[in-house]
Design a binder for this molecule. Structure first.
Ligand SMILES: Cc1cc2nc3c(=O)[nH]c(=O)nc-3n(C[C@H](O)[C@H](O)[C@H](O)COP(=O)(O)OP(=O)(O)OC[C@H]3O[C@@H](n4cnc5c(N)ncnc54)[C@H](O)[C@@H]3O)c2cc1C
Length: 383
């Protein structure tokens, strides 16, 4: 057993931590208030190497593993959870293109993703289909020339949807069910694409959006993987992003607890620091214990992925548990601040709002428990 990072991983953590403290944390409140990132934000992430972590070196990335992406989002999440989404999407979609794309597609698409010049969104959820994503209805029909496709339909809840230059769009090309879905890599400035930003509770800079495709033409070269294999083939790898979201959630909660503990040392009530009251200290200890355990579970999933081991159970356990634990820990941290935490401009109130999104993003608690139940009980004995 080894619970530590390697020297290289420690160095990566320090580097990202320094970057996050200098470049991300100071702008977090403004990003939240203005509901956007500043100009140049994504290319700055790219220059810092954060959008190319998992992309192979020959395509402009750093060729690092899942644990390293976890380390990066962990350090970013301590500064601003919302800043993790571009890194998460680049790792997820970069990985999908790397596994499923042709050599030409990889050479054309991956370097700009690694550089932060292409900002990528995962365009799957629809107004009528979220958990039952295999039932999506956005249609891709053969174009008149018989080669390309025409996309028509609406997607919603797309994180970074307002910022993204490209979307990995899942569309129905065949019959009902998972086998009739194809993935397309689509520039989002194309004719026929329109976007509406959603007024969100948290992760406000993230630009979650509804994206409408009105007879949007895509070429045969923009199909990722095989036609009809979008769901079954291309979506493999989602367990990776679930474990990353778990790391993000645990890291943000840890930062919230750290802030609460610092406050508990300083603030006095009844003549002593409030941390001296068991009613303040022990709940913080309980949440710190859970957050630590959830973080380890998430890293176990990432470590198993890098080791080439099945990590579905660990990733999906971490995905339902860490965001839940994170919300509860952040709530306790907020209460520790008393009335100060209720103020809109106190960092803990933003952390509280931002903490809830990861409970839903990339599959709700029930969706991930379904995966675990089928593994633990067997498909025939599970919901
Ligand atoms: C912050 C955030 C970021 C997101 N980012 C993206 C993104 O980038 N791209 C994208 O495509 N989507 C994204 N989503 C959408 C997200 O993936 C969906 O919201 C999620 O999969 C759930 O789908 P739904 O909201 O339609 O809920 P529904 O499927 O309508 O479910 C509603 C409720 O019913 C429960 N439920 C549904 N079916 C079952 C069942 N069989 N058994 C038990 N319970 C069930 C669910 O758990 C949920 O509580 C994001 C969402 C959020 C909040």
């Amino acid at each position: 057993m080894d619970f530590g990072f390697t020297d290289e991983q420690e160095a990566l953590a320090r580097k990202v931590r320094d970057f996050a403290e200098e470049r991300i944390a100071p702008g977090a409140a403004r990003n939240d208030r203005e509901r956007t990132f500043p100009p140049g934000f994504f290319t700055e992430l790219g220059r810092a190497g954060l959008t190319g972590l998992g992309i192979p070196e020959r395509h402009g990335g750093r060729g690092l593993g899942a644990v390293e992406v976890g380390i990066a989002v962990e350090e970013l999440a301590k500064a601003e959870v919302t800043a993790c989404y571009p890194v998460l999407n680049a790792a997820l979609i970069g990985g999908i293109i790397d596994r499923n794309g042709t050599e030409e597609q990889k050479a054309a698409w991956l370097p700009p993703v690694a550089a932060g010049e292409s900002v990528v969104a995962l365009v799957l959820t629809e107004p009528d289909h979220g958990t039952d994503a295999a039932a999506i209805e956005l249609r891709a029909e053969r174009a008149g020339d018989g080669h390309g496709w025409v996309l028509t339909g609406t997607k919603t809840s797309i994180m970074l949807g307002a910022h993204a230059t490209h979307g990995l769009v899942f569309a129905r090309t065949g019959d009902d069910g998972a086998r009739g879905v194809t993935a397309f890599y689509v520039p989002l400035d194309r004719e026929g694409v329109s976007r509406d930003r959603l007024p969100d509770l948290g992760a406000r800079a993230g630009g979650r959006a509804t994206i409408t495709f009105d007879r949007c033409a895509v070429s045969a070269d923009e199909v990722v993987g095989e036609v009809g294999e979008g769901f079954v083939g291309v979506m493999r790898g989602f367990d990776h992003s679930r474990a990353l979201i778990a790391v993000m959630a645990a890291a943000s909660a840890q930062a919230a607890l750290d802030d609460a503990m610092a406050f508990a040392r300083e603030r006095t009530a009844f003549g002593q620091p409030i941390g001296k009251h068991q009613g303040v200290a022990f709940p913080l200890v309980e949440h710190a214990t859970r957050v630590r355990a959830a973080r380890l579970l998430a890293y176990e999933a990432l470590w198993r992925k890098d080791a080439g081991l099945d990590h579905r159970v660990e990733a999906n356990m971490a995905k339902w548990w860490a965001p839940r634990v994170g919300v509860e820990a952040t709530h306790q941290a907020l209460l520790t601040f008393g009335h100060r935490g209720w103020h809109d401009e106190h960092p803990i109130s933003r952390r509280m709002r931002d903490a809830i999104g990861p409970e839903i993003a990339d599959g709700t608690e029930n969706a991930t428990k379904l995966v675990v139940a089928r593994q633990l009980l067997g498909r025939e004995h599970a919901p």
